[in-house]
Design a protein around this ligand. Sequence first.
Ligand SMILES: [Zn+2]
Ligand SMILES: [Zn+2]
Length: 147
Amino acid sequence: MKELNSTTMDILRETCRDAGLRLTQQRLSVFQEVLGSHDHPTAETIHGRLRRTAPTLSLDTVYRTLALLERCGLVHRVLDPGGGDRFDPVTDGHTHVVCRRCGRIDDLPVPALGPGGLPEATHWGRVERRHVVYYGVCKACLAEPRH
Ligand SMILES: [Zn+2]
Ligand SMILES: [Zn+2]
């Protein structure tokens, strides 16, 4: 499990205080799990991983904790084309690629679009963050015979 640095801990404490919540051990374990996960897990996946060590942790607590993390900007919600939400601790507006066979979501480094990596779509307004999703077939699926 990933150790949280003091800046992250400060943000968590502040976020919980603002929301009128205590930073409980359960919430902390959800924070640690998602911040150390780079496979874009769903709330159910995080719940499943934590259940081994925290059998009393409810899925509801996981959902609410993730929503809290999203609100304070520590995780981003990634829309899963198969339905449901995935969570991503990398919040720098990177690009995703989705395997249309197995549904895995990976980060895909692409060249920046311009200053700040954002298009200057002033005719539209102000573009503040980028979330581009590419679709394809991952290596593991390509290696499998088609059915
Ligand atoms: Zn795949
Ligand atoms: Zn990502």
